[in-house]
Design a protein around this ligand. Sequence first.
Ligand code: AMP
Length: 559
Amino acid sequence: MTQETGGFAALGLHPNILAALTAVGYEEPSPIQSQAIPVILAGHDMIGQAQTGTGKTAAFALPLLSKIDPAKREPQVLILAPTRELALQVATAFETYSKQMPGVNVVAVYGGAPMGPQLKAIRQGAQVIVATPGRLVDHLRRDEKVLSTIQHLVLDEADEMLKLGFMDDLEIIFEAMPESRQSVLFSATLPHSIRAIAEKHLREPQHVKIAAKTQTVSRIEQAHLMIHADQKINAVTRLLEVEDFDALIAFVRTKQATLDLAAALEAKGYKAAALNGDIAQNQRERVIDSLKDGRLDIVVATDVAARGIDVPRITHVFNVDMPYDPESYVHRIGRTGRAGREGRALLLVTPRERRMLQVIERVTGQKVGEVKLPNAQQVLDARIKKLTSSLAPLVADAEASHGDLLDRLTADIGCSPRALAAALLKKATNGQALDLASVEREQPLVPSVGAPRERRERDGERSGERGEYRERRAPLPLTEGRVRCRTALGTRDGIAAKNLLGAILNEGGLAREAIGRIQIRETFSLVELPEDGLDRLLGKLKDTRVAGKALKLRRYRED
Ligand code: AMP
């Protein structure tokens, strides 16, 4: 075990969970995790004030999984989440963290999907239920004993649940659980209504909150870009085209992400390297020395590995993954603007992390303005500008030293100086696209981020009578004869569409045309496959591994 996973080990988590954390590449607990895990492990009720992006899901999932008895095949943990989207995310997180715990099963219970399979999974002994309140009450109406064995309850995003009108449903659910249970409540805000619930249903809860001291970050120009998680690498490479940087440090959350991004940047010709807790100390020092003296221009690091980096030539900090709290944000961006110089900090924000952005703005007392992804014209202008500034200093001397050669070459080749200069440019720029049409062709399409989540929910269609809201982003229509299949592997497991495609082509023996759209998300992926012969195909792919992890492709239930 590396020194860094020791941070989790010291919290008293189950060894199999520590093994799963090493596999996902978490290096150290986030602040909310360090505080909440011991409290939950000790069996206390708790109120945690934290928003998405702080690592709050793992803060309750890890200790509760440690407390589960896998031999008991009955529901022991109930997580309530306001939306189907969040319930699925939390269920996926539980699945990831329990990968090394045989016998632990998780079921997601939400509206809009048939009730039968959900009930069956509960009856078959799923120990963890992740549910939206409305659908869970429907189950309780059919079987009032469904929750009679629950020992641990978590209300996730409690303020959102109340905003969506789930108060009455929550009361019904509380009544259906044993009083002796442990109750944990997570909420970004603690309005009166939430305090009232805590008073009524929690026993001597301990409060856990990440202290937010105001911090100043002058001299650093800050901006943010809204982006979907699976588009981050595209976004970073495009931003780098237009940012005028000397040296840059990019922060991500996991070891795997340091490797993926560093590899993608190297492939684009940048002098980039990864820095994470798995890299030996002397090697880390070599990376930092290389950044200092210009052998490297970009370092992609986790927070742990970047501690104490003081390199004056760092002009830019890219927060590719959101920091866990404002302190860590301030600390990260303090890597630039060293020695009295100016610095620039860019923060990538996924739709669910908007709140965290607001918290950062509040704590730093500064607005973090929005930038858009540069378009092809801006990329082209930036390329030409770079070319101009690299050639301009050479012009004065070059005619004296190479003028005669130019005359000879134009004569030998029989071309004009303009034609020769163009040929030299082509050679010097290594086939780089330098006209608008070619740059446009080269830029991968990055879908823009839509309306804020809150609005989507408000406008979203209701599913069922109980006021559950479905995500508005409707699944894309399927081609006839194809079905969608799902795997719990996503970008955070280091998966890209090409890996998934490669695995299915190689091991499934399919032709490329048989495979439809592939959608890679952070915590799961969807792929369209032919319905005909699906079971046989899934059988062939049963033991397939992608990026070292079991693919476990399953038919996805459209609803
Ligand atoms: P959450 O605030 O629970 O929505 O978590 C936000 C993201 O942080 C998720 O993608 C998690 O996988 C990731 N995450 C949570 N804890 C850690 C950790 N200790 N190290 C690295 N990534 C983490």
